[in-house]
Write a protein that binds this ligand. Structure first.
Ligand code: TNX
Length: 511
């Protein structure tokens, strides 16, 4: 290049607007500022209000993150030493940011983070984290000061339900794997982890009043592997780990179909009173509990009571999908009674969209997976008119067990190929003809017929799950595929630093 051209290029770059930082999800408002960055070191005090235990705990999340990278962990203090640039983390119920919102101000002289509630403070910390260099994610001390670009963010989520479903029934995933998923969800401000805890191929949760369920039903998985299940202690650990990251665990026991593992464990919930043989294939639709037997209802009562005890969240999901062995009347009667049992246990009933036409009482949550089918869409809209709320999981968009493209080795194709753009570029506000308030949010299901390791899970989830997080968080008017694509490309190094096995989709220019 000629010297003049080089000069022109240098001047142009120097005067360009600071680029939008690679934040996913994109905050509602981000204003990049001129001026030097804030520089974080191990001497940067994290200042919390005296006696605010919640703010101190959230500050601890930031301290631990930075502490991996600098020499010693930044101190958490209740008063800023004079003249030292500090990060202030404040919870002020009167600040007007709602349950999950926050405001973040970064200048070279200091960082101010204010939220109205602990979850908002935590999300503000996740934004600050994403403003730090990607190397902050390495679990090795690489001492170097950490610059944070000068920026002002005012943020809150579009939807209250921003979820992922993990199918631990087709293949079992250890507690550590679930914790890894929770960590990666938290990075993107997701707040619902739906665990699909039972299916034909496995029963994955200890129900103390029915020990055979886990003991027998937990021994199998797709392909004949060893299976496994979570003990009461394991579940308590998962629930606690999630709660520390402001994530609610939504348990699902699939009923009345997808029940072969239970039918193998408890003979008396079969109409002939005989235990079924274990199943390790991948067919669907062939199993059902015996809806005419009182033994079945005693079983449902016991299971729901135990779920209500083990999971503090408000929702219990009872599946309801793909039942081919019952008449429409039998199916509807089952769903009505199952919902009543959940409600009597003090919880909110959720089911797949198959339950939409089964005469739900008001207050049900319907998880919509077949919005592309006109008959299902009309049934769901009618259920909303009758008081149901929706979680949107359109299978032709955000079933992240679908292959990305023809090159994907893992995954299924029945709902089509779900590329990175397909998964991102749609608006939950117009998917169905329902009032805005009826949509609680979005959730990406990850079915695990073809997935058996956490690396498989990561590969299918990333980058698509990040896009789902943005759909659930960012105002529709602030979203565009072009803008997202650029931020996604720049986000890659952070996942790499975290060791996240992700698909380097050709749809994206990766940094
Ligand atoms: C359909 S989606 C199912 C699951 C399968 C999934 C595979 C839904 C409610 N049921 O049983 O695992 O397809 O993509």
């Amino acid at each position: 290049m000629r010297p003049l051209a080089l000069l022109v290029l240098a001047v142009t770059v120097a005067h360009a607007q600071p680029p939008t930082p690679a934040l996913i999800p994109l905050p509602a408002e981000v204003e990049t500022r001129d001026g030097p960055p804030f520089v974080m070191t191990d001497a940067t005090p994290l200042v919390v209000d005296p006696g605010d235990a919640e703010a101190r705990r959230v500050a601890g999340v930031l301290a631990a993150l930075v502490g991996n990278t600098v020499e010693t962990t930044p101190p958490i203090v209740e008063a800023a030493p004079a003249g030292v640039p500090a990060v202030r983390l404040r919870i002020d119920a009167a600040a007007g940011h709602g349950d999950e919102g926050y405001a973040l101000d970064v200048a070279s002289t200091g960082v101010d983070l204010v939220a109205s509630a602990p979850a908002g403070l935590f999300y503000g910390v996740q934004t600050l984290r994403q403003l730090l260099p990607a190397r902050v994610e390495y679990e090795a001390a690489l001492y170097a000061p950490l610059p944070v670009p000068a920026v002002r963010v005012v943020d809150r989520p579009r939807y209250e339900w921003r979820g992922m479903m993990l199918d631990v029934a087709r293949h079992f995933f250890e507690v550590e794997d679930v914790e890894r998923v929770i960590d990666l969800m938290a990075l993107h401000k997701l707040n619902r982890l739906h665990l699909h805890l039972s299916d034909d191929q496995g029963w994955r949760i200890e129900i103390p009043s029915r020990p055979a369920l886990a003991r027998v039903g937990g021994r199998t998985e797709v392909g004949g592997g060893p299976g496994g299940y979570y003990t009461v202690e394991d579940i308590a650990r998962i629930v606690q780990y999630a709660a520390e990251r402001f994530i609610t665990v939504v348990p699902e026991i699939d009923l009345p179909g997808h029940t072969n593992a239970a039918l193998a464990a408890i003979p008396e919930i079969n109409c002939d009173g005989r235990a079924r043989a274990p199943y390790t294939g991948t067919n669907v639709g062939f199993s059902t509990v015996c809806v005419e037997r009182e033994e079945t209802w005693a079983f449902v009562e016991d299971v729901v009571a135990s779920l209500a005890e083990q999971f503090p969240g408000e929702t219990i999901h009872l599946g309801g999908d793909e039942v081919e062995e019952l008449t429409a009347d039998q199916y509807a009667a089952f769903v009505t009674r199952a919902q009543a049992i959940v409600t009597a246990a003090g919880k909110r009933y959720a089911g797949w969209d198959d339950v939409a036409h089964a005469g739900l009482a008001p207050g049900a949550v319907i998880q919509v997976w077949r919005a592309q089918r006109a008959d299902v869409a009309r049934q769901v809209e009618a259920a909303v008119a009758n008081g149901a709320a929706l979680v949107l999981s359109p299978s032709d968009r955000i079933y992240i067990d679908m292959k990305y493209d023809e090159s994907t080795v893992l995954g299924l194709t029945w709902a089509g190929l779900n590329g990175v753009r397909d998964a991102y570029d749609w608006d939950p506000g117009v998917l169905l003809d329902v009032p805005e308030a009826a949509v609680l949010g979005v959730e990406a299901p990850l079915w695990a017929e073809t997935l058996s390791t956490i690396r498989d899970v990561e590969f299918m989830a990333f980058p698509r799950l990040a896009g789902v997080a943005e759909i659930g968080w960012t105002p529709q008017t602030a979203r565009s595929w072009g803008g997202y694509r650029a931020r996604l490309g720049a986000f890659g190094p952070r996942w790499t630093a975290l060791g996240v096995h992700h698909f380097r989709s050709p749809e994206v220019d990766w940094t």
